[in-house]
Design a protein around this ligand. Structure first.
Ligand SMILES: *[C@@H]1O[C@H](CO)[C@@H](O)[C@H](O)[C@H]1NC(C)=O
Ligand SMILES: *[C@@H]1O[C@H](CO)[C@@H](O)[C@H](O)[C@H]1NC(C)=O
Ligand SMILES: *[C@@H]1O[C@H](CO)[C@@H](O)[C@H](O)[C@H]1NC(C)=O
Ligand SMILES: *[C@@H]1O[C@H](CO)[C@@H](O)[C@H](O)[C@H]1NC(C)=O
Length: 398
């Protein structure tokens, strides 16, 4: 009977005791967890210079625990450089700082980038010199030709549309289009010029998250790679212009994936190099600017569609079968692929060479991936009237 009174008379003491016990068990378990992992020849993977947006993202704390091949450990601690089995470099921003490190002969260097090859020189050309130029064994980018593919996102499809009064959703909208410029100020796609032409047909609001246009509207919502409630204003618009800063194969960025789940129709413009946009977005419902010969033709189409709320609402309804998955899930998949890749390379047998990149500068020659815009031709027809003027039968309800 000794135990029972303690249970009833002093529940707090019991809870404290149990709590401490649980804590001790957890601590011990976690120590064993790391011991065990390091004992079992786990491969250490060092990310030397992860980009700021990743540091600010929850995905930064992801690791290999949920991977099928999980004998890897991710670290951002540069002190562990010589211990690392694989080292990830944010390739095109490499400077002199990272070069002094000693590379052991089994170490794999991984070129990571989420920038298109046409932007690789924006941060200088250090990466085109030794030891980087011929130092890379693996590539990890959004491009399908990379050893580890890390797309900006993915679209999933379900069987059913979302049960919503889509006409009401559409009919409430009183703004035409919005564009949020989050990355480079200088865009090789000349999207600024393209948008200027579209403005002859529809109203476009432009926000800037960078500081290169100080006189314009600033995008204040969250940090770069988060969508919080502040982003809900996207729902007020009929179209979101997900125009990329460069026209390169497979280069469909978070401009598309991050804004896809709002009740808005996304308009892409990626150059559709080698038909890649269609492959990547095959399940998505969107408007592809590359289907139109010029901004004028697209402008006319958007103007027309923006006036036809029934047709517009039908597109939204079709789109509601699809969803853009969170970035952390595509990122997690890429990490798992990386671990699997690294584990596949035997350490002792040096006849097994995985180096494909004798000269990374040649490999990432922009002409192999990117093109210049060809849709900025002069007008083929005279601009028509803007949509909002003719659809303003509704009073503003916001
Ligand atoms: C482009 O891709 C789409 C979808 O994957 C396909 O239906 C079409 O045939 C492709 N066109 C060319 C020219 O490859
Ligand atoms: C990785 O690349 C380095 C530098 O080119 C090379 O010496 C090494 O053999 C490569 N490792 C493998 C396993 O291919
Ligand atoms: C398109 O695909 C071809 C064949 O795979 C390839 O040679 C070319 O570099 C790709 N990119 C461009 C921009 O044409
Ligand atoms: C544009 O608006 C003007 C004035 O409201 C009107 O006379 C003209 O027919 C409109 N043109 C088109 C193409 O809708």
């Amino acid at each position: 009977m000794e135990g029972a009174p303690v249970k009833t008379r002093c529940p707090i003491l019991k809870m404290t005791l149990t709590g401490s016990l649980v804590l001790i068990v957890i601590q011990t378990a976690s120590i064993f967890y790391y011991w065990e992992r390091l004992d079992k020849q786990t491969d250490l993977i060092l990310w030397v210079n992860p980009p700021d947006y990743l540091r600010q993202h929850d995905a930064y704390h992801l690791n290999f625990d949920h991977c099928k091949v999980n004998r890897c450990l991710l670290t951002y601690n540069k002190e562990l450089f010589s211990e690392a089995r694989a080292v990830i470099f944010n390739g095109h921003v490499l400077g002199y700082k990272q070069t002094s490190q000693v590379r052991h002969k089994d170490q794999l260097w991984v070129w990571w980038s989420n920038a298109p090859p046409s932007n690789y020189f924006q941060n200088g050309d250090r990466w085109t010199y030794p030891p980087y130029r011929e130092g890379f064994n693996l590539t990890m980018t959004y491009h399908h030709g990379s050893d580890i593919i890390m797309p900006f996102g993915a679209i999933t499809v379900s069987d059913v549309t979302q049960p919503l009064d889509w006409f009401a959703v559409a009919d409430k909208k009183y703004k035409d289009a919005v564009f949020i410029e989050t990355n480079s100020c200088f865009a090789r796609s000349e999207r600024g010029e393209y948008i200027e032409t579209l403005k002859l047909y529809i109203n476009i609001e432009i926000f800037h998250a960078n500081d290169c246009h100080d006189s314009r509207k600033v995008w204040h919502c969250a940090s770069r790679h988060y969508s919080d409630a502040c982003y809900d204003i996207i729902n007020e618009y009929k179209f979101y212009l997900a125009f990329e800063d460069a026209l390169c194969e497979d280069y469909v960025t978070d401009q598309f994936f991050k804004h896809y789940n709002y009740n808005v129709i996304i308009v892409t413009r990626t150059g559709n190099v080698n038909n890649s946009t269609r492959k990547i977005l095959k399940d998505a419902t969107y408007i592809n600017a590359d289907d139109f010969r010029s901004a004028h033709e697209l402008g006319e189409y958007l103007q027309e569609l923006g006036r036809d709320m029934k047709r517009y609402a039908n597109i939204l309804e079709t789109k509601s079968r699809t969803k853009s998955v969170p970035f952390s899930s595509t990122y997690q998949n890429a990490l798992c692929d990386l671990c699997a890749h690294v584990r596949k390379v035997p350490k002792i047998r040096h006849d097994v060479i995985v180096t494909k990149y004798d000269n990374i500068r040649h490999y990432f020659n922009e002409d192999n991936f990117c093109k210049y815009p060809s849709d900025l031709k002069p007008p083929v027809t005279k601009p028509m009237n803007k949509t909002t003027k003719t659809t303003s039968t509704k009073t503003l309800i916001y």
